[in-house]
Design a binder for this molecule. Structure first.
Ligand SMILES: Cc1cc2nc3c(=O)[nH]c(=O)nc-3n(C[C@H](O)[C@H](O)[C@H](O)COP(=O)(O)OP(=O)(O)OC[C@H]3O[C@@H](n4cnc5c(N)ncnc54)[C@H](O)[C@@H]3O)c2cc1C
Length: 486
């Protein structure tokens, strides 16, 4: 079947207004939120916007029958190239499936479609006394389907856990078009935990068409503290000391002076412009214990060299402090025409030496690096500032990024805290996994998708999946012809 025939079949499934195939419509789907100097971009043949699970399943069946690769997509805010299409494939964008289907106060759960925007879910449930705890900084735009596929984190995941801790069950369209439920209520379903396998699988094992998620009770009381430090070293020390004291804040975020320079003039969050670093600490719980813990944190920060510790008990001030943190990336354009945001993770105890290494890398590669961290989790977001029009800038950024990853892995950390691997980091996977580790992972992928056309090219280092798929195909052929494969 030719391209026109495929588009006709897709239109027959979801209607002409839900299939994009003109070049001008497809342009935005060549990208996600990542830097196109770093990840591959490609223009799909078509983008479909189904409204029902059945339509998703029909599209997948057509694609499978014709050997057309499929890439699921949410809001496209991903930062590792996961939602970028294959150039001979189609995109299934889930943004029209955006209904909250059920909310149970008794079970504290919500059943949602994948295109529900993260923040909108909490805005719907907060008046009922509950919220959806995973809160990526992109939560005004990103979808629950994308959160599930990337196992997303966010400031509040320090205390409450990342997305996988809040997903009870999923409806999934499998790569051959069948519709299956994994997990569900009550927790502890017998058999393999396929929910956990699908969370974080970056759209390579199936398309999430419904998610049953856990909701968390609204805390009685919340306090946000802003602690200013002369430098990143003393702020990192305060992070380690807070955790070592047995305190578990709801979130513990760090920003360096470059971030403050970008964000404060833009959003007037109330960060001191002369601070070397600030910590944003949120504590929640019963009012008395929040006040007590707040006093303890203040004392620790002052002991570690804080020049100021301020408490925001009133909602407006809390919102301003958080807005500053969540808009750091948006504000970076004030400092530099381009930036490349990395996402790595180190053991919390290695934060001070990692901060020092980041300074060295900045000097060695003559690059300004702004640092914003989910510090409580040891999750770093170094932002390398560059100008892609200047010869050599992109290459230096890539080399510096490699040095950052190598350091993080060397101190016991990992490649990604929350943004996933996609195409951005797939060639680094061999730094943290042996060939046998990767073969185990590829085995799971092959069990779901033996053809290998579901979001191809992501996570596995180049060539790796092809070998696996070929081996399986040869095994299938051998079985068909009665030849024993060993
Ligand atoms: C400014 C900014 C701040 C960010 N902050 C954070 C942060 O704090 N924490 C964090 O974790 N991330 C963060 N991110 C990254 C990103 O927002 C998250 O990864 C988010 O979960 C992606 O959701 P999305 O809807 O945009 O998914 P997309 O980018 O569209 O897709 C991401 C991946 O999910 C797959 N996918 C999407 N929908 C489905 C589905 N229904 N079924 C199966 N697979 C699917 C895609 O194939 C792709 O592999 C940030 C991004 C930006 C731009």
């Amino acid at each position: 079947m030719n391209r026109a025939g495929l588009i006709d079949r897709l239109i027959a499934i979801c209607g002409a207004d839900a299939v994009f195939h003109e070049a001008s419509d497809l342009l935005v789907y060549e990208y996600d939120g990542s830097v196109d100097d770093v990840v591959e971009t490609a223009r799909p043949i078509a983008v479909t916007l189904p409204s029902t699970t059945e339509q998703v399943a029909e599209i997948v069946k057509v694609a499978r029958a014709l050997g057309v690769p499929v890439t699921p997509r949410g809001a496209g805010t991903g930062l590792s190239g996961g939602a970028v299409a294959h150039d001979s494939g189609i995109v299934i964008a889930l943004t029209k499936m955006d209904r909250v289907l059920e909310i149970s106060r008794e079970d504290r759960t919500a059943l949602v479609e994948p295109g529900v925007i993260n923040l909108e879910l909490s805005e719907t449930t907060i008046p009922l006394g509950m919220f959806f705890a995973p809160d990526p900084s992109s939560q005004r735009a990103c979808t629950i389907g994308g959160n599930v596929a990337e196992n997303s984190g966010g400031p509040h995941c320090l205390k409450y856990g990342v997305t996988t801790n809040h997903v009870l069950g999923l409806e999934v369209v499998l790569p051959d078009g069948r519709i299956a439920w994994v997990g569900g209520q009550p927790a502890g379903a017998p058999g393999y935990d396929l929910t956990a396998a699908i969370v974080g699988s970056e759209g390579m094992l199936g398309i999430v068409t419904k998610a049953l998620v856990r909701l968390t009770p609204n805390p009685e009381s919340v306090m946000v503290q802003l602690a200013a430090f002369p430098d990143m070293g003393s702020a990192s020390q305060a992070v380690s000391s807070i955790i070592a004291a047995g305190i578990l804040p709801a979130s513990l975020e760090m920003m360096d002076n470059l971030c403050i320079q970008a964000v404060e003039p833009a959003f007037h969050a109330g960060y001191p412009m002369d601070a070397g670093a600030v910590l944003l600490v949120e504590i929640d719980g019963l009012r008395e214990s929040v006040l007590e813990t707040g006093a303890e944190i203040e004392a620790i920060c002052l002991t570690c060299g804080a020049t100021e510790v301020r408490e925001a008990l009133e909602q407006g001030e809390r919102d301003r402090l958080w807005k500053g943190r969540k808009m750091v990336l948006a504000a970076m354009g004030r400092l530099s025409p381009n930036y490349y945001l990395h996402d790595t993770v180190v053991p919390r105890s290695k934060l001070p030496e990692t901060v020092a290494r980041m300074d060295e890398i900045s000097r060695d590669f003559k690059l300004e690096i702004a640092n914003v961290f989910h510090a409580g989790d040891g999750n770093l977001h170094p932002l390398m500032l560059f100008d892609r029009r200047k010869p050599g800038d992109v290459e230096r950024v890539l080399e510096a990024g490699k040095a950052i990853i190598e350091h993080c892995v060397a101190v016991g950390g990992s490649l990604s805290g929350e943004h996933g691997i996609g195409t951005e980091k797939r060639d680094y996977m061999t730094l943290v996994y042996t060939a046998d580790d990767l073969a185990a992972m590829a085995g799971l992928k092959n069990a779901f998708d033996p053809v290998g056309d579901f979001n191809p090219g992501k996570i596995f280092p180049s060539g790796y999946m092809c070998g696996e798929v070929r081996a399986l195909r040869m095994q299938a052929l051998a079985q068909k012809h009665g030849i024993h494969a060993f």
